[in-house]
Write a protein that binds this ligand. Structure first.
Ligand code: COA
Length: 269
């Protein structure tokens, strides 16, 4: 049974980047389950079609699959315009698309560093800017950025991702102040290790996940549902005083100072 009302987002429309898989898919499914029509955006059509069909079938809401690379401003503008045209409005934008791989800093190429900055930081900016100009500035709404905790300490092999997520946090705070007066709330969820995602498979293979689980004060990794439920709360009226907030959901792991992932030597926890 859900703690949220079934009609929480009835009549609303949302766009979720990276909405075909993992956390993004979970958030898209939940917003639809609570009544919103949704557009899911990703580079890969094959990640979108099955997700869109199953979300629509399970919820009875519209779920539009849209191919766009968040690094391409023109493609982002087109996706936003199409979502508004087809769904009639755009209340929530969830910037969830991200890139990640583990690489020792000394071996990371300029293009490797830039690629993750482009996806996470510029992608979040491209989408926020497009949504603001096309809809939010006149109608209000919300932007929810999916950030992380790995840059709260030094996480080896993650210099590119740490820089990118720090930029996402800076965007969150700046836009919250600048656009708040127009009825736009901008917040972020900073998650720790999530057990079931592509990112987790890349970052904590095998025993590393067990060590992180043991290091967590609550002795477990996060779940997609943890992040989905927090996203629903933030986007609902219950979160109406949140703006520029970066909400940490990691079971307290970042407070232990044991975030680091060893690249060559295994987890440093
Ligand atoms: N280690 C070191 N460098 C890497 C790398 C790795 N594992 N994977 C990619 N790179 C480098 C490439 O070598 C390239 O740099 P170069 O031109 O100097 O050689 C640069 O990153 C771009 O790689 P490319 O594969 O062309 O980029 P892409 O746009 O196709 O892919 C990535 C983007 C790199 C983020 C890719 O990992 C990806 O698409 N991931 C899927 C999404 C994801 O990461 N999900 C988890 C989210 S937490």
């Amino acid at each position: 049974m859900s703690v949220f009302r079934n009609d929480l987002f009835l009549g609303r429309a949302a766009l979720i980047t990276g909405g075909g898989t993992g956390i993004g898919r979970g958030i898209a499914g939940a917003l639809a389950r609570y009544g919103a029509n949704v557009a899911i955006v990703s580079r890969k059509l094959e990640n979108l079609v099955g997700a869109a069909e199953s979300i629509a079938a399970a919820t009875g809401r519209r779920c539009l699959p849209m191919v766009a690379d968040v690094r391409q401003p023109e493609a982002v503008d087109s996706a936003v315009n199409r979502a508004i045209q087809e769904l009639g409005r755009l209340d929530f934008v969830v910037n969830n698309a991200a890139g990640n791989f583990v690489c020792p800093s000394a071996e990371l190429s300029p293009n490797g560093f830039g690629t993750v900055l482009d996806i996470d930081a510029k992608g979040t900016w491209n989408m926020s800017r497009a949504a603001y100009r096309a809809w939010l500035k006149d109608h209000g709404g919300q932007i929810l950025n999916i950030s992380a905790t790995l840059h709260y300490g030094g996480t080896p092999g993650q210099v590119h991702v740490a820089a990118a997520k720090a930029a996402v946090d800076a965007l969150t705070r700046t836009l919250a102040v600048e656009w708040g007066p127009q009825g736009i709330r901008v917040n972020a969820i900073a998650h720790g290790p999530i057990g079931q995602t592509e990112g987790a498979r890349r970052l904590f293979p095998g025993a590393a996940a067990d060590q992180l689980r043991a290091a967590s004060p609550i002795r477990r990794l996060g779940t997609i549902d943890d992040i989905v439920n927090l996203a629903v709360f933030v986007l609902s009226d219950a979160g109406s005083n949140l703006n520029g907030a970066i909400l940490v959901s990691d079971g307290g792991l970042c407070l232990t100072g044991r975030l680091g992932l060893g690249v060559e030597v295994g987890p440093t926890i």
